[in-house]
Structure formats: structure tokens, C-alpha cells
Design a protein around this ligand. Structure first.
Ligand SMILES: Cc1cc2nc3c(=O)[nH]c(=O)nc-3n(C[C@H](O)[C@H](O)[C@H](O)COP(=O)(O)O)c2cc1C
Length: 174
């Protein structure tokens, strides 16, 4: 009887991963303020890929310019960000792993100190652990945000990511 299949390949929705060892999403704060990767960010993940992980899930990419809960976070809110992220995915692929972009909007779990704007949420109800009361979103804003998630996912695909993961924990907007 086999005790573990962790080193065996697995195919998920037509993509083959060389093993089942996964780096879960972890914010590094190693990105530039414009949402692009720094050399430090790329080297950090490349090191894990070279170490043998089959799947690397990145930290949560902001889907709009004001979606993030920190300033030096990954972002895919505009087309200009695709090429820098292509450099990253190429390096991970060359090192033998696949990589999945986590995407999110922090909603009321961020602050105007970070984004320059009052946070948004389904209702104007403050998280007791956060400094500000968010503003209630309009229906049009909700539709725009749906599109922002789709566009970010498409940019992730264009940048060479092997999938996306939608982050909906911690009270984040979705
Ligand atoms: C520094 C740090 C940053 C994290 N950032 C994220 C994140 O961006 N997205 C996410 O879904 N989980 C995040 N997590 C949670 C981890 O992915 C993981 O689920 C958690 O650490 C539990 O796994 P563990 O018991 O192996 O540590 C973070 C965890 C840590 C320690």
C-alpha cells in the first residue's frame, strides 16, 4: 500500500503539476508600490521552485489600485503590470514549478492611509479591529468590481500564471 502520493504528478483542469507540494499564499511585502515584482520577490519564489515545490501560490494580488491592504503588494489592476509578471512566471517555470496568482479585494480590511481612499464594503459597518468605517458600495461599483476580478484573472493568464485563486477569507470584500 502506498503511504503517500505527495511526490506524484496531479492534473487539475488540464494542467499537470509535477507533485502535490504547494506553497500556500503568503504576503511578502516584497513588491513595488506599483504592484510589480521586485528582484527580491522573484528570487524568494524561485528559490522555493528550485527546492522542489510543484505549485507556488503567490500572495494576494490587488484587483484594483485601492484593493490592497498594504502598499508593497502584488497587483494586476492594469495591463502595464502583465509584462513584469511574465518575467516572474517564466522564472518559476524554468525552475520547474507552476504558479497560481491569488487575487483579492480587501474591502473594509484596509485603510485610507494605505490606499488614499475610504475603504468600501457591502454596508457602512466598521470592523472593530480596523480604524475606519467603510463606505457602502453602489450597485454600479459592485458590477465594476466583478469586472475587475475578471480582468485581473485574464491578466494573470496573459502573464503566464497557471491558474488563479480567489481570496475570500478574513472579511475581505468578496
Ligand atoms: C506571513 C503570512 C502571510 C500570509 N498571507 C496570506 C495571503 O496572502 N493569502 C492567504 O490566503 N493566506 C495567507 N496566509 C495564510 C497561509 O497561506 C496559510 O494558510 C497559513 O499560514 C496556515 O498554514 P500553516 O499552518 O502551514 O502556516 C499568510 C500566512 C502568513 C504566515
Amino acid at each position: 500500500m502506498k503511504l503517500t502520493r505527495i511526490f506524484e504528478p496531479i492534473t487539475i483542469n488540464k494542467t499537470e503539476f509535477k507533485n502535490r507540494m504547494v506553497v500556500s499564499a503568503m504576503v511578502t511585502n516584497y513588491c513595488n508600490e506599483d504592484g510589480t515584482p521586485t528582484e527580491k520577490f522573484m528570487a524568494y519564489h524561485e528559490h522555493k521552485a528550485k527546492g522542489g515545490y510543484g505549485i507556488i501560490i503567490t500572495e494576494d494580488f490587488a484587483v484594483t489600485r485601492t484593493a490592497g491592504a498594504s502598499k508593497t503588494l502584488a497587483g494586476l489592476w492594469e495591463d502595464r503590470q502583465v509584462e513584469p509578471w511574465r518575467v516572474f512566471t517564466d522564472r518559476i517555470h524554468k525552475a520547474g514549478a507552476k504558479t497560481i496568482a491569488q487575487i483579492y479585494h480587501a474591502g473594509r480590511e484596509t485603510s485610507s492611509q494605505i490606499t488614499g481612499e475610504q475603504p468600501i464594503a457591502p454596508s457602512a459597518i466598521k470592523d472593530p479591529t480596523m480604524p475606519e468605517t467603510p463606505r457602502e458600495m453602489s450597485v454600479n461599483e459592485i458590477r465594476d468590481l466583478e469586472k475587475a476580478f475578471v480582468d485581473a484573472a485574464l491578466r494573470a493568464k496573459a502573464a503566464g500564471f497557471d491558474g488563479v485563486e480567489v481570496h475570500g477569507a478574513h472579511g475581505y470584500l468578496i
